[in-house]
Design a protein around this ligand. Sequence first.
Ligand SMILES: C[S@@+](CC[C@H](N)C(=O)[O-])C[C@H]1O[C@@H](n2cnc3c(N)ncnc32)[C@H](O)[C@@H]1O
Length: 219
Amino acid sequence: MKKFNDATPGQAVYTKRMLGIYDFLVLGISNQWIWKCPTSHLLEFYNRQISSNHLDVGVGTGYFLDHCVFSNTDPRVALMDLNLNSLASAAARIERYKPETYRANVLEAIDIDAAAFESIGVNYLLHCLPGSMAEKAVCFDHLSPCLAAGGKLFGSTILSGGVKRNWAAKRLMAFYNKKGIFGNEEDELKGLHEALEERFVEVKIKVIGCVVLFCGSKK
Ligand SMILES: C[S@@+](CC[C@H](N)C(=O)[O-])C[C@H]1O[C@@H](n2cnc3c(N)ncnc32)[C@H](O)[C@@H]1O
């Protein structure tokens, strides 16, 4: 059985208890009042990007998969996360779609036995990963074999640079970075845009508050 380095706080924080308050705390309070990107914008983005053959990576509680609208009633939905609590929580929430589940660390090569997906979602994953944007962008290379030709990768992440941050956003981000829950001290808009342009075509980005929403298609 594959051994994972799961000591990273960016995923270890997702205990059952934390997942129990995540939707209220992050999607309800922080998005609206601190990051200034209300969750409704992220859900709208999901609805525009998601396909009926979808892999979601860094799944948390599965809120977006539960609330988004698929173009058919019997979508193929797969979940990937390093944290088993997140996988179990999201899988239970969207049981109606009979999701496939994969445990993987996106910072390592991903080796799963699965047909390629037409869309991959990486919502609020990048800011949990440690390192510079160039270092964490390897996750796009690791996920690329899972994406079908012409398939779309999309997501959003909270940035430190190239966006407007209010006092509360600066304080909370500094606190989360100190704890290792976030690893986005060096994350800025330009670096992310470059990392996406290097790997994808038809790259689009949109900033709302200190969150960037992005998508690109496989070359
Ligand atoms: C902030 S939550 C995002 C949840 C959800 N996508 C959302 O937008 O509400 C980040 C998720 O990424 C997972 N994660 C963090 N580091 C990871 C890694 N290196 N590989 C795979 N998953 C990781 C965490 O376990 C957690 O479930």
